[in-house]
Design a protein around this ligand. Structure first.
Ligand code: NAP
Length: 225
């Protein structure tokens, strides 16, 4: 039966799910927070921007007669997932979670597991050269480490200058293979990678690159959603 489905997106998995469901004949709307300047091409319809909390999302689901809500957001996007649980209850529709498995350590990996950004900062040795692959909203927390050189990867150029004493900007999406990530790590003479255990194939390339270069990875564990 043809269903009207709202996908909470912002990930590659959300795009793949939308494409598959459209192909299966469903009426699919993908919702994006609007954090990146260039929205991706999505199968079905797209809507952009917050809903206004739980009530806003619940109202949207009811008004638009959504049959199924799919949470395909990033594992570190905690608020929207909490909102989805409550809003689906209020709208009395099923919620499906599309959580991607977290990365597992392999032989050769030198991971330092931490549970927060603050712990990650504490683990950076003095005068390290760090590749920072985190959402732009988190990078300001590292600013007081003036002893550290940061290579910061961002999808879009920052709206204001970055707050670091020593840094360079690596603009663009994650590299499509480990070799392109190796090239970046080498170019910036990186000694440590900091990232979150977000799972997923493309963003894993930097972790493989660190393994191949025998670099330590300060790995922020994911929250329980
Ligand atoms: P968040 O903290 O969980 O959400 C903050 C607020 O942003 C939500 O309360 C909601 O606003 C709005 N929002 C989030 N995702 C939305 C969506 N798919 N559609 C409409 N509104 C959305 O989320 P975040 O960590 O800022 O991440 C924002 C988006 O970027 C997510 O969709 C996520 O999939 C994607 N993303 C996040 C990360 C990450 O590291 N966190 C990485 C890659 C992609 P209202 O309360 O007004 O509805």
């Amino acid at each position: 039966m043809r269903q009207k489905i709202l996908i909470l997106g912002g990930t590659q998995e959300a795009l793949a799910t939308a494409a598959r469901l459209v192909e299966d004949g469903h009426n699919v709307i993908t919702s994006l927070a609007g954090r990146t300047q260039q929205p991706p091409t999505v199968g079905g319809q797209i809507r952009i921007g917050g809903f206004g909390g739980i009530k806003g999302l619940a109202d949207y689901l009811s008004k638009n007669q959504i049959d199924i809500l799919i949470d395909a957001t990033h594992p570190f996007a905690e608020q929207i997932s909490l909102n989805a649980i409550e809003a689906a209850k209020q709208a009395n529709i099923p919620l499906q979670n599309l959580d991607r498995p977290e990365w597992r350590k392999s032989p050769g990996d030198r991971w330092i597991a931490v549970s927060s950004i603050d712990e990650a900062i504490e683990e950076i040795p003095e005068n390290a050269r760090v590749f920072l692959a985190l959402g732009s909203q988190h990078i300001h927390s590292f600013a007081h480490r003036s002893d550290v050189y940061f290579a910061v990867r961002m999808v879009d150029p920052p709206s204001e200058p970055l707050p670091f004493k020593q840094h360079s900007l690596v603009l663009g999406k994650p590299g499509a293979d480990p070799q392109s990530e190796i090239n970046i790590l080498k170019e910036h003479q990186i000694s440590h990678l900091i990232c979150r255990n977000s799972g997923g194939a493309v963003s894993f390339n930097k972790v493989v690159a660190a393994r191949l270069l025998s670099l330590p990875v300060i790995m922020i564990q994911r929250p329980t959603k």
